[in-house]
Design a protein around this ligand. Structure first.
Ligand SMILES: [Zn+2]
Length: 281
């Protein structure tokens, strides 16, 4: 479909001509509330158009059927202009959770339980549990400068005074990764047995928008490191969910029946997980 050069705003609203033009594949420019806005277009095997206004900055995304043309998409966006404007305002005015600074007194979650961060200065040597760096000529046997580990209800952060936030964050991320990797194998083993499937590979990484993913062909499961912050039953839910995809790739009724069969309270666990969304960076 040909993209219209200009689109007249609806009667009774703004009278100004609104310029709509395609920018590049996957992006369209339009005007919302008098401001030029870039809309992300994702074409999928779906039947209808779906609009999203995403936190924290109010990005606009639309998912569209594969064959729909830019013109139809832009017309749809324009028909929802005031709804989009309201959503953008709502999303942007929502207070964001403060960025963690990794300093004493901050609370970090482990398996749903709060731990109080306590800094230990460089004077205190890294604990024996910190592994020595790989024995390269430059770093022979040295322990990492910044290191995090839980003790009781404390999260101890060993860091030289004034060490940059990124190094502290990386140390805490490594600690979450260790915690997750310690919990995963037993869960995977148990649930592969119960469901009767085998993944070739289960790996962990930070993901912004997903708790887990499953690549069907290579039979590879990815688990979000942030799950170490959620109650353990949430990690179990994601493990079962991703393994069930090895039987049924989509979220159809067959998939839900599998979930009902293996984890009858999966909806409760999913809800608990969605309440954790604030942890996303
Ligand atoms: Zn899924």
């Amino acid at each position: 479909m040909k993209t219209p050069g200009t689109t007249q705003a609806k009667a009774g609203t703004r009278q100004a001509a609104v310029k709509n033009k395609p920018v590049a594949a996957g992006k369209l420019l339009t005007v919302i509330g008098g401001v030029e806005v870039e809309v992300e277009v994702v074409r999928k095997r779906i039947r209808r158009l779906n609009l999203y206004v995403l936190p924290p900055d109010g990005r606009v995304r639309i998912s569209a059927p594969q064959r729909s043309g830019d013109g139809a998409i832009l017309a749809f966006i324009q028909s929802k202009e005031f709804w989009i404007q309201r959503q953008i305002d709502a999303v942007r005015s929502k207070p964001r959770p403060p960025e963690p600074q990794y300093v004493t007194g901050e609370v970090h979650l482990l398996w749903g339980a709060p731990l109080r961060l306590e800094e230990r200065w460089a004077e205190s040597p890294a604990p024996a549990s910190a592994p020595a760096a790989a024995p390269t000529p430059a770093s022979k046997g040295r322990r990492p400068k910044v290191w995090a580990e839980a003790r009781g209800e404390a999260l101890l952060l060993y860091a030289p005074k004034g060490s940059p936030r990124e190094l502290r964050e990386a140390a805490v991320d490594r600690w979450y990764r260790r915690e997750l990797l310690a919990a995963l194998p037993a869960l995977i083993e148990t649930w592969q047995e119960v469901i009767g499937v085998r993944a070739n590979e289960v790996r962990v990484r930070n993901m912004r928008t997903r708790w887990g993913t499953c690549s069907i062909r290579p039979r590879r499961v990815w688990i979000n490191i942030a799950l170490a912050q959620a109650p353990p039953e949430c990690l179990e839910y994601i493990v079962v969910h991703e393994l069930a995809h090895l039987i049924e790739p989509s979220h159809n009724s067959r998939f839900k029946a599998l979930m009902d069969r293996y984890l009858p309270d999966w909806r409760v666990r999913r809800k608990r997980l969605n309440e954790m969304n604030k942890i996303y960076k």
